[in-house]
Design a protein around this ligand. Structure first.
Ligand SMILES: Cc1ncc(COP(=O)(O)O)c(C=O)c1O
Length: 463
């Protein structure tokens, strides 16, 4: 029996190499694999449920089971023909950085425990700040993803703007804002009757005139408007809210402007993206997910706040057992700037992969996403019987088959899932079910897209 939960150095190497070999084999053969598999709940639970094992077994046997029963039953979000939702085209340097931080078990909550990591995190946050055009006063923190970035930002907005009771606090966003924002509002305790979800305009953007009217009406009715949430790249269509106009309105009305750029903000480093993202630099807070369009493995999201002191004002609590962490004012404790105390060193993967590949490679990979979006739209326009519902925008295209109803579109998605060659999923725009592609994986080829659309067309004909 191994009481220490340990292996010899030789055995650790053997195990580590086995894992790396499987990862490399998986990545190298990805294009010839199925896009993924959705397991049958009963069969999977049957295969995996067992009494807690009192005695251990060989690592290799467990690894085999993981591959066979677990990893084989996933969608490969980095597969070149995974065109659904928001793909997760991670990179290998990022994956190895994750292995390093787990191996060293880095604690990135305080300077005393992780000074080198904190210095890296500050550096890479500053890169993101600069890319987004925010002032040097801005700072941020890495979190698990866009949901937690949005929650962190809205907690700051509430703390800064609403001192006192929350009952009248009112917040504005469009019907295209991501659901994580409403979830965050629930978590911070805002009354649901004070969410103003405005119908988006013809281009799926927040309507400024209607927003202004709504704010004024609310003030007259005794509400306390405090925050406008904009999207810089909506999940549905890639639409970008009019950021400069929203910023001007928020300044005039003394409202916090949070920009959810979880999906789209990274595009600011590419030429096309920079123009589309004009006004990003005006945000009071901004979410940006490196695990989406900066090609990192899950989980890494980022929240940037225009004045980094606002994060500290919102989150800093100093208990007696952490006094040793706060002896020197120039030491930076990330726990004071966010929700987590114990937190892993997610900044490392972004830092290492930017250093290894260079920002130019990231820029080119993002530009490829735009090109592939336009290619998808062009292919669809040539396919009889299909219509474009929203044109390529930030790598997202929404479309429909003219002869099929909503239910048939949902059936098409299920057919693609069973077929396994490619995955395209659906959404609903103005009450109508549409199909949607998101082509931010730079490893996707034109042939992948053509192949996926031909398959889809063949299935549609059968229906
Ligand atoms: C615009 C937008 N905001 C927020 C999120 C939530 O991010 P996460 O899934 O990383 O929590 C997403 C996810 O796709 C998104 O597209």
């Amino acid at each position: 029996m191994n009481r220490e939960l340990e292996f010899s150095p030789e055995r650790m190497r053997q195990i580590g190499y086995r894992v790396v070999d499987r990862v490399v084999e998986h990545l190298a053969t990805l294009p010839s694999q199925r896009v993924g598999t959705k397991g049958d709940p009963r069969a999977l639970l049957k295969a995996l449920s067992e009494p807690v094992p009192e005695q251990g077994m060989e690592f290799e046997a467990v690894l085999d089971q993981v591959e066979r029963d677990v990893l084989a039953n996933t969608m490969h979000v980095n597969h070149p023909r995974f065109l659904a939702y928001v793909p997760g085209p991670g990179n290998f340097v990022g994956a190895m950085a994750d292995a390093l931080i787990s191996g060293f078990n880095v604690f990135a909550g305080t300077w005393i425990s992780g000074s080198g990591p904190a210095a890296v995190e500050l550096t890479v946050l500053d890169w993101l700040r600069e890319m987004c055009g925010l002032p040097v006063s801005a700072g941020g923190v890495f979190v698990s993803g866009g949901t937690l970035a949005n929650l962190t930002a809205l907690a700051v907005a509430r703390h800064l703007k609403i001192r006192g009771p929350l009952e009248a606090a009112t917040v504005y966003f469009s019907d295209q804002a991501h659901s994580s924002l409403e979830k965050a509002l629930r978590v911070i305790g805002l009354a649901a009757e004070n969410y103003r979800k405005l119908p988006s305009d013809a281009a799926f953007r927040i309507p400024i005139g209607e927003l202004r009217r709504c704010i004024e009406q609310d003030r007259a009715a005794g509400k306390r408007p405090f925050c406008v949430i904009a999207s810089a790249g909506t999940t549905n269509t890639g639409a970008i809210d009019p950021l400069p106009e929203l910023s001007a309105l928020c300044r005039e009305q003394d409202l916090w402007l949070h920009v959810d750029g979880a999906y789209g903000a990274a595009a600011v480093i590419a030429e096309q993206g920079r123009e589309l993202m004009a006004g990003l630099e005006l945000a009071d807070s901004l979410s940006l997910d490196p695990h989406k369009w900066l090609f990192q493995p899950y989980e890494i999201g980022c929240v940037l706040v225009r004045n980094r002191e606002h994060l500290r004002d919102t989150f800093r609590i100093l208990p007696e057992y952490l006094k040793d962490t706060q002896q020197y004012s120039d030491e930076f404790n990330f726990t004071d700037h966010g929700i987590q105390l114990t937190r892993n060193f997610r900044a490392l993967k972004l830092w290492m992969s930017i250093k290894v590949f260079g920002l130019a490679a990231f820029r080119a990979a993002i530009e490829r996403g735009f090109v592939l979006g336009e290619f998808t739209e062009a292919c669809l326009r040539k396919m009889p019987g299909w219509e474009i519902v929203t044109p390529a925008q930030m790598g997202v295209v929404c479309f429909r088959n003219k002869a099929l109803d909503d239910a048939a579109h949902l059936r098409l998605v299920q057919t693609l899932l069973e077929d396994g060659f490619a995955l395209i999923t659906s959404t609903v725009l103005r009450g109508q079910t549409v199909l949607r592609t998101c082509t931010i994986n730079p490893r996707t080829t034109e042939a992948d897209i053509q192949g996926a659309l031909e398959r889809l067309d063949a299935f549609a004909r059968r229906l």
